[in-house]
Design a protein around this ligand. Structure first.
Ligand SMILES: *[C@@H]1O[C@H](CO)[C@@H](O)[C@H](O)[C@H]1NC(C)=O
Ligand SMILES: *[C@@H]1O[C@H](CO)[C@@H](O)[C@H](O)[C@H]1NC(C)=O
Ligand SMILES: *[C@@H]1O[C@H](CO)[C@@H](O)[C@H](O)[C@H]1NC(C)=O
Ligand SMILES: *[C@@H]1O[C@H](CO)[C@@H](O)[C@H](O)[C@H]1NC(C)=O
Ligand SMILES: *[C@@H]1O[C@H](CO)[C@@H](O)[C@H](O)[C@H]1NC(C)=O
Length: 317
């Protein structure tokens, strides 16, 4: 499909050239301002999935745009601008320019339109949120269940520490998963570094209408209701002599495993039965929260409900 589009562009190019203004009007650069209060990314190629070279995360960041190119379509426009630093910013995140980039700047060239991505397959071992940035408080794009296959495109070690691991990976769904949730650590020698990542918010970057598929950050499961907490693996310790880990979150359910006093246990999510809080552990069974020293349902943790991860079709209203 990409090749078809390239071919089509090749046909259109001569027409564009015919209409091109005289080179006298072309400026060496245009100073652009990032939309007030918005954070954005300057990318190694003009596509949402490309790694970042720079993060623009100050109020009213400015840069000199030296040429224009085409990339991921965002809210109806596929125009991206190349910064003097050599990376690309979507026009959509910039203060409106009073003019036509096609007239006022040179085209960056066919090569600039290519998407260069590294990819590696991985599978989730635990329930994992896919967030718009690699921190547990960043907006959640998708709740991914254990055994979900993902395609990783880049890595960062600048994410939020999950138990003892600050690595997060960007998936081809354009959101980040914590490495801790994967079966194994990917071989990052084959993956790009994601570069500096600014704080992003889904409201400013959902780009839902008239946007190329890949930028939509489609939720693969239930969308995250805002008031729900953020999921991540947390480690707690058993505060009772024994803590039984049951097949379902009720006293009457069969015990699958028994933890001992002071044992460290990793938790995935919360379930409430008849007023009592339980947690699903990484052994995929449930322990009563009162068996731990800590209160996993408390504000300190912001753990989500296990039911967030169920398939939308299976969830009753
Ligand atoms: C843009 O380029 C001009 C000329 O080189 C320079 O004076 C100016 O500082 C640059 N602006 C930015 C934001 O880099
Ligand atoms: C999408 O964007 C194109 C180009 O800007 C415009 O012509 C088209 O009408 C838009 N479509 C929708 C559904 O908004
Ligand atoms: C997308 O289009 C729908 C329907 O026209 C509209 O309600 C919504 O606000 C639009 N979203 C954005 C981000 O513009
Ligand atoms: C959780 O794990 C970290 C890193 O291994 C450790 O420093 C911390 O004490 C543990 N917390 C609990 C409550 O076990
Ligand atoms: C909830 O607790 C009440 C009172 O202890 C009990 O009668 C009822 O059977 C419980 N319901 C479930 C679903 O466990």
């Amino acid at each position: 499909m990409y090749n078809n589009r390239l071919a089509l562009r090749g046909l259109l190019l001569p027409l564009v050239l015919l209409c091109a203004p005289s080179f006298a009007d072309v400026k060496p650069y245009i100073t652009m301002t990032v939309e007030h209060g918005l954070n954005t990314e300057c990318k190694t190629c003009p596509r949402s999935l490309c790694p970042n070279q720079l993060a623009y995360d100050n109020y009213e960041d400015i840069f000199n745009a030296t040429c224009w190119t085409r990339g991921t379509k965002i809210m109806g426009s596929n125009m991206w601008l190349k910064s003097e630093a050599g990376c690309y910013v979507t026009k959509y995140d910039l203060v409106e320019y009073d003019g036509e980039f096609q007239n006022d700047l040179v085209y960056c060239g066919e090569e600039s339109e290519e998407q260069h991505l590294t990819e590696e397959d991985a599978t989730l071992q635990y329930k994992t949120e896919c967030n718009i940035c690699p921190f547990i408080s960043c907006d959640t794009i998708a709740y991914l269940k254990e055994e979900t296959d993902v395609t990783l495109t880049c890595w960062t070690d600048q994410g939020q520490m999950i138990i003892d691991d600050p690595f997060w990976m960007k998936t081809s769904n354009n959101c980040y998963v914590a490495q801790k949730g994967l079966y194994s650590k990917p071989d990052i020698t084959y993956l790009d570094n994601c570069g500096p990542i600014p704080w992003l918010e889904q409201n400013d970057h959902n780009n839902e209408n008239n946007t190329s598929e890949i930028n939509k950050r489609d939720p693969e499961t239930l969308p995250a209701p805002v008031e729900l907490g953020t999921q991540y693996l947390i480690n707690v310790t058993v505060g009772e002599e024994y803590a039984y880990c049951r097949m379902c979150p009720q006293e009457t359910c069969k015990s699958k495993k028994r933890y001992e006093f002071d044992q460290e246990v990793w938790l995935q999510c919360l379930a409430q039965t008849n007023g009592t809080w339980w947690s699903e552990t990484t052994d995929f069974c449930y322990v009563k929260n009162s068996d731990f020293w800590q209160s996993p349902e408390g504000d300190n943790y912001r753990n989500p409900l296990c039911e967030n991860f169920e398939d939308p079709e299976e969830v009753e209203n």
